[in-house]
Design a protein around this ligand. Sequence first.
Ligand SMILES: *Cc1c(COP(=O)(O)O)cnc(C)c1O
Length: 428
Amino acid sequence: MNRATFDLYRESGINEKLIQLSVLTEERIKSRFDEIDEIAEYNQLKVLKAFRKNRISESHLGTSTGYGYNDFGRDGLEAVYADVFHTESALVRSQITCGTHALTIALAGNLRPGDELFSPVGLPYDTLQGIIGIREERGSLAEYGITYAQADLKENGDFDYDAIRAGINEKTRLVTIQRSKGYATRPTLSVERIGELIKFVKSIKPDVICMVDNCYGEFIEKTEPSDVGADLIVGSLIKNPGGGLAPSGGYICGKTEYVENAAFRLTAPGLGSEVGASLGVNSSFYQGLFMAPVIAASALKAAIFAANLYESQGFKVVPDSVEKRYDIIQAVTLEKPEYLIAFCKGIQNASPIDSFATPEPWDMPGYDSKVIMAAGTFVSGASIELSADGPLKEPYNVYFQGGLTYQSAKFGIVNSLNELCKAGFVLK
Ligand SMILES: *Cc1c(COP(=O)(O)O)cnc(C)c1O
């Protein structure tokens, strides 16, 4: 770190010992950044190739209103997504309000009463539990007579092939596989492992639909689940593929029949993807996707930096400082409520937006303890931007992710540890 940057850190109130620690931490991980940059380069060219193949022009960046029939820009974007993810079709819409909504229409569009949904990787993400009806919710799949079964992962994180074989039956229509661990403690699945799992599932029941919840995993590896047999991949545009520029939205890519089924659910049977005005988002969707490989790489570097910095101070971090990564989420066990609050304060204070705000723990609906969140983001709640949250209960885990630039995310992480120091933590 050069003198001028060091001075800016110091002027921002970071203690000198911590600045030095951050320099040493970065030196230790620099070699891993080369590998991340190499993957980013590959993915960047993959995205660029799709833009060029589809002859995206300035006129694609325009918009439509009303029904949105023949929205040339929207249709071009979906062709680009399909090419990036090597799928037959794609549905990429601002009318998909979030990742949960994208997953909902993918499931509800492809399941019928009497069908069974199966998860071979244990309990799905929190919000999915409501969709499925594992947690009682109005309008859940359960209310429509769609049943659910799951096989848990083994203690060591391996697939339980016997339980999966036993769990798939004549009713099983769709298998849902969550790539990222989300806010659970199990390992995130690599694309390779997802491929092995899909192969096994298809060997038992070839016509079952394999859907992957791809949230937080896009562009972290050179391949995506759709390269290893997934029939559908689903995600949010305010995470990796929106590149920080998409103001909202979700995507579903996969086999044409299944993507259309989801589109019929998003709009109406018979209308599907033919309608849906783009209302001005085309340009940011295109540009966000174009930026996404590098943005995801920045977030990944930030997560590795944080793991190394906090681990060096004796905190438990998941993933740890050296293990291979398949998503951008980092968990740190902070052990004390005042440290969790300080961490979030440090992230918020280092954000470009609302840096002056102080996050407070609050009673969030659906949680059994108070939750604290930090998100000083351009797009409200966008978790591809530097953001952190954690429930105020033992062991006081904070989950954080994102960072549109590595440099700003790194500063945020250093600032979080600086806040811990102010709250009584003593650097080792
Ligand atoms: C973020 C996420 C979702 C969807 O969440 P939204 O907040 O609705 O966008 C689903 N599954 C996983 C694993 C996620 O990380």
